[in-house]
Design a protein around this ligand. Sequence first.
Ligand SMILES: [Zn+2]
Length: 320
Amino acid sequence: MKKYSRKNRQLTLMVALGSGFFVLALIFFIFFSFLLVNKSLSANQLNKLFVTGNSTKSQNEDQISQYNIPDDVRQAIDQAVKTGQPASGIRADGQTFHLPILIYHYVEHVRDRKDTIRMSLDILPETFEKQIKTLQDSGYTFINMSDVADILDNIKPAPPKPVVLTFDDGYEDFYFDVLPILKKYNVKAVAYIVSGFIDRPNYMTSAELTSVAQSGLVEIGAHTAHHLGLASLNENSAKIEINTSKIQLEQKLGVPITAFAYPYGSFNLSTIALVKEAGFRTAASTVAGTTIGNQDRFFAFRIHPGISVGEGLLKELAKQ
Ligand SMILES: [Zn+2]
């Protein structure tokens, strides 16, 4: 009887220990799942700022935009400001003015609701139209990047309340959803095209791109030949990516291409030099900001308008 109850106690102890472990394991499981879910959430939020070359391509999906000014570039600016002389090709002379440059990717009704990257980068054409109306009604002047270069080079003065609309990558929705709205409101914009992606599925065809360029409203800019992060390429490959996109677009469209945008906003001092050497007059980055001057014309700051319209949008644009 004594023996039996000892055995029973042992059994109870084992059951207690077992459930204890089970509960602990459960707590750990819940805790780690929470961490994982959290991690993927923040990755998803970052996706909103992704600059993807092709939504179906995984090579672009893990590359996140560069939001900071690299140290070598910062040092060159400081030196140029201090000495009043260009440093490593960076100038700090001339005026700096308030200029919100808005960055867009997809403007469309996404057909594949499971394409989460595309969904997160997308704004509806109706929202885009509301944004244009908001800006037009509050006296903004839509200019392109050639205008910006002319203003920085003192060829012409800045208009009242200038704003630039930029569209990266050359997706087909630009032709179908954006261009009609630009025409309706008679506003200028800039489309940065990946020259090697023209005529691919999801991207504008040569004929569509030609029609966009001939609209008189859209300045075509270059966005490399294959949408590669330039700061991670060697100098020679970066040079080929930059120069090829300019040459291919100029040959196709018969107009000078002087505006450039870095894929993933990826740049450094060496890529700035290459972009200048190639004959571009400006280059757009993904560093956030609403001013432009000579010191940053080759990594022009841009802001994401997201889905904000009305007062919310105006507030974003007015930020210094
Ligand atoms: Zn891009």
